[in-house]
Design a protein around this ligand. Structure first.
Ligand code: AMP
Length: 311
């Protein structure tokens, strides 16, 4: 079953990349089954259209829209998936509190220029208990992997399945989930999946808080304190820029800023090599600073990069 959301041309005006024709209205199709999506995309592939893919869990904000923008700019067809994937939530995490807003999301996808929204049910994706799990080992082990030990296997399994359903030329992920990009990139390389993984910059609120669907689960006071994550990253970056090459003092400096957030419990504040997410002696080249802070009903993550010039 597929149905369509029509909206005025004016919402779309100016977004159409060269070579794509949009006349009068824009159309985004909402597709719920794997078979319908495949049929739709097979027809596009048959006439040589490139396919860009933006996987999301919905409750879309400007961070997601920036991924759709990047996909629209580089592909003939853009598919956004909206699927809150139970596999990547552990017992006691926020699967049932995860915000959902499918109709508004579909409209947002349409006005951003996406062509198709794939919103399958859990039964459609997992008609029986899944017996096949895709796991990435070393890159998935530290940081998020330490605090959410089953999370990345859920992510890589659903992303591998979505890649197999969509067959995209390019897939767009946010640097906000830095480790996720590293894990998915590694999976694609190791399994020779024919898709280009594109990492897009973090989109922030005016006060520096990284946009996240989970931000609406912050209390008013937590929301007031949350921009401290951005300030902690700034403090870490400043230390590296001042010449610090050891991870522990940078982590201490970031934690000191986060201590201004009494409502948030720090899971980690880490300075690591950007590609391996590990420390192999003094920090060098591409360094990534990453944070995870737990509030009462929302766990926030954020990160920033700093380049150490070669000698
Ligand atoms: P989610 O719906 O949280 O699973 O996110 C879907 C995609 O949007 C992931 O690739 C995220 O990294 C990306 N994303 C989420 N928030 C942001 C943001 N603030 N800036 C850029 N990308 C984001």
């Amino acid at each position: 079953k597929a149905w369509a959301f029509w909206r005025p041309f004016s919402l779309f005006f100016g977004r159409s990349p060269a070579g794509r024709e949009r006349v009068g209205t824009t159309l985004v199709e909402l597709i719920e089954t794997i078979a319908d999506l495949r049929a739709r995309l097979d027809a596009d592939r048959a006439v040589g259209r490139s396919i860009g893919f933006v996987p999301t869990m919905g409750c879309l904000h400007d961070g997601h829209v920036s991924l759709i923008d990047a996909a629209v700019a580089a592909n003939d067809r853009v598919v956004t998936s909206i699927f809150v994937n139970p596999l990547q939530f552990a017992e006691g995490e926020d699967l049932h509190d995860y915000p959902r807003s499918l109709e508004a999301d579909a409209a947002r996808c349409g006005s951003a220029g996406a062509d198709l929204v794939f919103a399958p049910s859990v039964d459609e994706m997992y008609p029986r208990a899944i017996d096949t799990v895709v796991t990435v080992s070393a890159v998935a082990a530290p940081l998020e992997g330490r605090y959410r030990p089953t999370h990345f296997a859920g992510v890589t399994t659903v992303v591998a399945k979505l890649f197999s359903i969509v067959g995209p030329c390019r897939a767009y992920f946010g640097a906000k989930d830095w480790q996720q990009v590293a894990v998915v990139t590694r999976m694609v390389e190791d399994l020779s999946i024919p898709v280009e993984v594109v990492s897009c910059p973090i989109v922030r609120e005016p006060d520096g808080l990284a946009m996240s669907s989970r931000n609406i689960n912050l209390s008013v006071e937590e929301r007031r304190q949350a921009p401290a994550l951005r300030r902690a990253l700034d403090a870490g970056v400043a230390l590296v820029e001042a010449g610090e090459r050891a991870a522990p003092p940078i982590e201490v400096a970031m934690r000191a800023v986060l201590s201004e957030v009494p409502l948030g419990e720090v899971d980690y504040a880490a300075a690591v090599q950007a590609d391996t997410l590990a420390v192999d002696g003094p920090l060098h080249d591409d360094v990534r600073l990453l944070l995870a802070v737990r509030f009462s009903k929302a766990r926030l993550i954020d990160n920033d990069g700093v380049q150490i010039p070669g000698i």
